[in-house]
Write a protein of this length. Structure first.
Length: 127
C-alpha cells in the first residue's frame, strides 16, 4: 500500500508519531481501506462513524474525531474530504485528494481556518 508507506515515511521524517487509530465511513470501500491501514501501519483500532457517510453536511464539525488523541487518521469519501481540507485550511480549492493520497493537517479547531496544511500527497509523491 504505497500511500501508507509514504505516510509512514513522512511521519518518520517529520518526527511525528503515527496515529493510534483510524476513523472511517462505514461503507465497504472505506472500511476495506481502514482495515488495510490498520494492518500496514500497525494501528490499534479502526472505528466506523456514520458522520463520515456521503451526503452529510456536518463533516466540518469534526464530531467523529477523538480529541483525547494527538493524531487522527480519517478515511472518507470524495469530494467530501477534499472539501473538508479546503474548509479547515481556509483554502480556495486545493488539488483534490487522489486514491492512495493523503493530507496532514495541524488542527487547532474543527472550523473554517482552524487548520494548517502540512503536506498533501498524491499516491507516490507530494503535490
Amino acid at each position: 500500500m504505497a500511500g501508507a508507506d509514504h505516510f509512514r515515511e513522512w511521519c518518520d521524517q517529520s518526527q511525528s508519531a503515527l496515529p493510534r487509530s483510524v476513523v472511517h465511513s462505514p461503507l465497504l470501500r472505506t472500511t476495506q481501506t481502514a482495515e488495510l491501514l490498520l494492518e500496514s501501519l500497525g494501528l490499534v483500532k479502526a472505528e466506523a462513524s456514520d458522520l463520515l457517510v456521503p451526503g452529510r453536511s456536518d463533516y466540518a464539525k469534526g464530531a467523529y474525531l477523538d480529541f483525547d488523541q494527538a493524531h487522527h487518521l480519517v478515511v472518507g469519501h470524495q469530494p467530501y474530504l477534499s472539501w473538508l481540507i479546503d474548509v479547515w485550511c481556509d483554502a480556495d480549492r486545493l488539488p483534490p485528494l487522489m486514491p492512495g493520497g493523503f493530507a496532514v493537517l495541524s488542527l487547532l479547531a474543527p472550523s473554517r481556518g482552524g487548520a494548517e496544511l502540512l503536506i498533501m500527497s498524491s499516491e507516490g509523491g507530494q503535490v
